[in-house]
Design a binder for this molecule. Structure first.
Ligand code: Q46
Ligand code: ZN
Ligand code: ZN
Length: 317
């Protein structure tokens, strides 16, 4: 297959976009797509101080690479979760530190054990959440530490490497159970609130295979192995189902996620419109979406002007 841009040998074909690209054009395409997402969802600006949550995996290291390549001021935050099984934390930390030092980047490292007294799996066992429930302790710890570190160090925004597969699987899971609270909050960028830093997911429109290909083609040394606690997770089951849909219909995942974002934007607009309808017409009190008179009173005014009625008469008064 030939690269759409130069006719050279294609390294990857994005079936959903019918776009085969060679290595060089693909590693230009990823940052360009990321920049478009940053702008489309108003995530952050070049002068902002960005904190990238890095895990040593392909997505977060690729994101850090893309953002610094685009010229953003991006530092990394690695949280050592204390997962000893398969040396997961040791290996992922080593990959992250190597990436930071070989690219001359600033990395902040926090040990979960410094915050909790023990690592995440031990904390899960001690709180009787039990084996397999490490993820809830882990998620809570990560969210807390990321937010605190970003706020304390004056970062404008915290970004994570969530890709389209992650976002679509989350959306799928939340839709199956109609988790309205989560559905309400799911968006590529979340505004800062008191005590909460602004957050964004610049890779939310990129497929996992694209971020993996980017990391590979850029020779980023990331940890291939999944966290041992990820095995059997619901999100993996949901990803599988979405992958089957994607195989039959390229673009299914992207359209599922983007349609959700569009529907949400439309609902926000409709809600705002509905709120406007509650303002009362200053003349007759009827509900109106306009700031001034309701459309009937405006009509009446115009009619009266035409027929020369100088004094308004209101039959409902
Ligand atoms: S790191 Fe933590 Fe994940 Fe491992 S323990 Fe679960 S939540 S699976 S993204
Ligand atoms: Zn090319
Ligand atoms: Zn507290």
């Amino acid at each position: 297959m030939e690269c759409r841009k130069c006719g050279g040998r294609a390294s990857i074909n994005m079936r959903q976009h019918k776009l085969p690209l060679c290595r060089d054009h693909f590693i230009e395409w990823i940052p360009a797509q990321t920049q478009r997402a940053i702008e489309s969802y108003n995530m952050f600006q070049f002068q902002d101080r960005v904190l990238v949550a890095v895990s040593g995996g392909k997505d977060s290291l690729a994101l850090w690479d893309v953002l610094t390549g685009l010229g953003y001021r991006a530092d990394g935050l690695y949280i050592d979760l204390g997962i000893e099984s398969s040396e997961y934390s040791k290996q992922s930390r080593a990959r992250t530190e190597t990436f930071a030092s070989s690219n001359g980047l600033t990395l902040i490292t926090v040990r979960a054990a410094d915050e909790l007294g023990v690592g995440v799996p031990a904390a899960a066992a001690l709180t009787r959440r039990g084996r397999g429930k490490s993820c809830s302790v882990c998620g809570l710890t990560k969210r807390y530490v990321m937010n605190q570190v970003a706020l304390k160090n004056g970062y404008d925004i915290l970004v994570t490497g969530h890709n389209l597969d992650d976002e679509a699987a989350t959306l799928f899971g939340n839709t199956l159970n109609w988790q309205v609270g989560y559905l309400q909050r799911q968006w590529p960028a979340l505004e800062a609130r008191p005590g909460f830093v602004r957050k964004a997911k610049p890779f939310c429109r990129l497929y996992e295979r694209e971020t993996a290909a980017y990391a590979f083609l850029r020779s980023i040394d990331y940890i291939y192995q999944e966290c041992p606690y990820a095995i059997g997770a619901k999100s993996i089951y949901h990803k599988d189902i979405l992958n089957r849909m994607e195989r039959d219909r390229p673009g299914a995942k992207l359209s599922f996620y983007l349609s959700f974002l569009r529907a949400k934007a439309w609902m926000r607009f409709a809600e705002a419109q509905a709120r406007l309808e509650f303002s009362a017409c200053p003349v007759c009190g009827a509900p109106t979406s306009a700031d001034g008179l309701c459309s009937f009173c405006r009509l009446k005014e115009r009619v009266h002007e035409r027929i020369g009625v100088s004094e308004r008469t209101h039959s409902y008064d």
